[in-house]
Design a binder for this molecule. Structure first.
Ligand code: ADP
Ligand code: MG
Length: 337
């Protein structure tokens, strides 16, 4: 069975990378079950590449130790393991990400829901060991009883959260990568670095310009040898970009594709014609979570929601003959072709 491959390409990386006055520094590594890549244009200020790499590793380690559900003693795992409905004091960053996740739940009518984790696990996309068996409707229903963002309460003044149902758990996989991108960008800003591209697992932020002193450019390519292919180039002009799709993380059984994105209403992997979405916004965290929300919502609702909340949205929609692309007015200025 062929799959849709949607490649994000950093177009400017295909250069000699050594123009006369500008040099490109690239830092790569692994985090959050994926890769990261940071490109910095060395300008007037001297760059201590080793120190920046160390700083970035330390920022990512801290985020994982706080937000990962794959680390048994992370701050989030401890909250998830606790079976009490009392208030939990959280670190500032964890509180902020959970609160923002909840905000995205509210504006997306529950399409994005960080309490969906037991369902993610049930379908084999979480930290638990899994089998590729299709769960019964009654099992899905019983697990769904313990999900729902409205089961979380927030105390803003003391940065505490509580769960009204003691077995509710939180999964930040759909928002933490974006948060980490923002956090690294803030760090680079603090160092006085003006031109950089930060990418973690396909979530990006582009600031300033590349070595050619043009906006950073990202190619969105739908490469499918048997179908019509679309190639778009996006100018990442001081903005973050997040992409979600049903093409990267899924399994197939009896000819049916099961995506890692779960519809919190049905408790099942999404099934509609939306193949991929790309969202642009000043915050990578916001764009990341909304991209997942749009994947759940489907093409029509997503377009309406994107316009309502003021984000730039690009979608690839499956049709009988291939793929159709749709985007809103806010996206247009970023398209170069
Ligand atoms: P994508 O880039 O395809 O959106 P992400 O990594 O951003 O992928 O988020 C998908 C992950 O978020 C899943 O692996 C799962 O852990 C979690 N998730 C799945 N469904 C939802 C949902 N409806 N709301 C929030 N998080 C979800
Ligand atoms: Mg996401």
């Amino acid at each position: 069975m062929k799959s849709i491959l949607l490649f994000l390409t950093v177009l400017t990386s295909v250069c000699s990378c050594q123009s006369q006055q500008k040099e490109l520094v690239t830092i790569n590594g692994l985090t959050m079950g994926t890769t990261y890549s940071i490109k910095i244009v060395a300008a007037d200020i001297a760059l201590d590449e080793k120190k920046i790499h160390k700083d970035i590793e330390s920022i990512l380690t801290d985020i994982n130790q706080s937000m990962s559900t794959y680390i048994a003693d992370s701050e989030l795992s401890l909250f998830n393991q606790s079976r009490i409905t009392d208030w939990h004091v959280l670190s500032a960053d964890l509180y902020r990400v959970i609160k923002h996740g909840n905000h995205i739940s509210m504006i997306s009518n529950g399409a994005f829901d960080i309490t969906v984790s037991p369902l993610v696990n049930l379908w084999g996309f979480g930290p638990d060991p899994y089998t590729r068996d299709i769960p019964s409707d009654s099992l899905i229903e019983s697990i769904k009883q313990h999900t729902g963002f409205e089961k979380l309460d927030f105390d803003e003044s003391t940065q505490r959260i509580s769960k009204s149902d003691p077995v509710v758990t939180i999964d930040l996989s759909g928002i933490a990568k974006g948060f980490a991108v923002d956090k690294i960008a803030e760090h680079l800003n603090g160092l006085g670095i003006a031109d950089y591209l930060v990418e973690i697992g396909g979530e990006l932020i582009g600031k300033g310009t590349n070595v050619k002193q043009q906006a950073w450019q990202i190619g969105i390519e739908q490469a499918n040898p048997l179908e019509r292919s679309v190639q778009r180039i996006v100018n990442l002009d001081n903005i973050a970009m997040a992409t979600s799709g049903d093409y990267r993380n899924y399994f197939e059984k009896d000819g049916v594709r099961y995506s890692h994105t779960i519809d919190p209403v049905s408790g099942k992997p999404i099934s509609h014609t939306l193949a991929a979405v790309t969202v642009l916004h000043s915050s990578a965290m916001h764009a990341d979570a909304l991209a997942t929300a749009f994947m759940v919502s489907g093409p029509e609702k997503s377009l309406a929601l994107a316009n309502e909340v003021g984000v730039a949205l690009y979608m690839l929609i499956k049709t009988d003959v291939g793929f159709e692309e749709r985007y809103n007015d806010r996206f247009k200025p970023y398209l170069t072709n």
